[in-house]
Ligand binder design. Structure first.
Ligand code: FRU
Length: 536
């Protein structure tokens, strides 16, 4: 039963049309997201070469233009001025005699250390793995190595360096890939980090062409359940707790280095996922922070995202200092089922762009993820609920004309002491399919439950059980920030301390939304629902 319902504000701004018909595209693509990046057609996996240059965020991506399943990899390409609206560009990098083009990064070579610059303008330099299929098939172990390419026209065309590969695989390590390159100002050198099966390697270079080995990290810290892939490495200022919660952490203090690593398999809720390490870097060696080391004993991982669909994510290079954000995007899928998800014309999307911060939390130093503020430009109408006690369901639609296909929900909840109750946002359709996402006070866990969310037949690994994430924070008010986009849900809880990203495939589109408390009352202090415009 719902008590004390006071809708003090109901405003749905009809900016343009927002009916279901207007949202559908000419082709029948019922699971195509409205505001997540997708390739126009065919296969996509990891984001690659993310770099900001002259007003454009570049997004390259693992792409096979001839099929909707993984195959010979190219770098697809798109640009955006806000990470929300994307312009598709022609394929940037094609396979060549050294192999397919696997994942990697890109930098602006501001000082023209490489000499690839032209007319006084810095070049963009892409650093990627060549994967030689013939070598793999012949049973060799040195079929992956690092190569570079450069562009003098804002990433529109690329020239591969004649001296490739720049990091040969002399140690013959089968998994030897996914270079991320940064400029390390303190030691005035380029630093490359890449994955080598159960550890990462650091190399350095003065000019992006000549590289030498610096150090290795991780053999003793790997979760050891799968292979490490797609590292990222960046410094972050440690912030104190800004959320007004219960943390008595010091004010902003010092800088730490963060190493992101994607692991396949072995993620928190199964399959592929991204963990991270926090420590210090002296220009040669990455050393784990002693407190952080305590959290990753015995193969335990600390996860960037607890959902199943945020993999191989990395951050943008060269975001201007005046902006100051560490901007992230991941591949919104999981190798457990990526090649069989039920979309026809294309396969998979990226996560929403996120801003990362490093915060001193109850549990220690932790990365927090927040959706970028640019997403607010998608908001077109809002329904606001005042504080009320919820005991049972509260139907939001059809009472309010909100389409859950594109929706942002901001919630503040309070659970009674020792409550066993759980709160969920529930999306349903006419076929009785439902997706639930929320918090269970009994088990102190956030959850995402897609076990009855629609098409599950394409993989027996897709919806084995609900996905859960422990809540480290102890303060009474719990905040949840949610984005629903046709076939996905992203949860940012407690100011981003817990993130959960899951994809879903309802066989008919979700048309109804309700809030629901089960096993007792929950105080819903506030709830705001924004209907979101398409970014396509
Ligand atoms: C991660 C990954 C990378 C590799 C790429 C190949 O999803 O396996 O390690 O470079 O995909 O497409």
């Amino acid at each position: 039963m719902v008590k004390n319902i006071t809708f003090f504000f109901y405003l749905l701004l009809l900016l343009g049309c927002h009916t279901t018909q207007n949202r559908s595209t000419k082709t029948h693509e019922p699971h195509r997201p409205l505001f997540h990046f997708t390739p126009p057609k065919m296969w996509m996996n990891d984001p690659n070469g993310m770099v900001y240059f002259e007003g454009e965020y570049h997004l390259f991506y693992q792409h096979y233009p001839d099929s909707t399943v993984w195959g010979p990899m190219h770098w697809g390409h798109a640009v955006s001025s806000d990470m929300v609206h994307w312009e598709h560009l022609p394929i940037a990098l094609y396979p060549d005699s050294l192999g397919m083009i696997f994942s990697g990064s890109a930098v602006v070579d501001w000082k023209n250390t490489s000499g690839f610059g032209k007319n006084g303008k810095p070049p963009l330099v892409a650093i990627f793995t060549h994967h030689l299929m013939e070598g793999e098939k012949a049973g060799r172990s040195d079929f992956q190595y690092q190569s570079i390419a450069y562009s003098n026209d804002k990433g529109r065309t690329w020239t591969k360096y004649a001296g490739n590969p720049v990091v040969p695989n002399t140690q013959k390590i089968r998994d030897f890939r996914d270079p991320k390159v940064i400029w390390h100002e303190a030691s005035k050198q380029w630093v490359m980090v890449f994955a080598a099966q159960d550890h990462v390697k650091f190399w350095s270079s003065p000019d992006l062409k000549n590289w030498k080995h610096l150090s290795d990290f991780g053999k003793e810290w790997g979760a050891r359940r799968g292979v490490w892939e797609c590292p990222d490495f960046f410094p972050m200022a440690v912030e104190g707790d800004k959320s007004g919660g219960d943390l008595k952490s010091p004010p902003d203090s010092g800088t730490k280095w963060v190493l992101l690593l994607s692991l396949n398999p072995g993620a928190a809720n199964g399959g592929s996922g991204t963990q991270y390490f926090v420590g210090d870097f002296d220009g040669k060696t990455f050393t784990l922070d002693p407190d952080f080391a305590g959290s990753v004993q015995n193969g335990k991982g600390i996860w960037l995202d607890w959902g199943r669909d945020n993999y191989a994510g990395v951050t943008w290079s060269d975001v201007p200092k005046s902006d100051g954000r560490r901007l992230f995007m991941g591949w919104m899928s999981n190798w457990d089922y990526a090649t069989t998800v039920p979309t026809q014309a294309w396969r998979s999307a990226m996560t929403l762009p996120r801003s990362l911060a490093l915060r001193e939390t109850n549990a220690g130093l932790r990365l927090v993820s927040q959706p970028v503020k640019e997403l607010e430009t998608l908001r077109k109408g809002v329904v606001v609920f005042s504080s009320q006690s919820l005991d049972g369901p509260l139907y939001v639609s059809p009472k309010y004309d909100l389409d859950p296909a594109g929706l942002e929900v901001l919630l503040e909840l309070e659970f009674p002491d020792n409550a066993a109750s759980s709160f969920a946002v529930v999306l349903t359709n006419a076929d009785g399919e439902e997706y639930r996402v929320g918090f269970d006070a009994g088990s102190n866990e956030f959850f995402s439950d897609r076990t009855r969310s629609g098409d599950l037949r394409f993989s027996d690994k897709f919806a084995l059980k609900r996905h859960v994430a422990p809540r480290p924070r102890k303060d009474k008010t719990l905040k949840m920030h949610l984005f629903f986009d046709v076939a996905s849900c992203e949860l940012f809880a407690d100011g981003g301390e817990t993130a959960m990203t899951d994809i879903i495939f309802p066989t008919k589109k979700f048309s109804r939304i309700r809030f629901e408390s089960v096993n007792g009352a929950v105080n819903m202090k506030s709830a705001m629902l924004y209907e979101l415009k398409s970014a396509r």
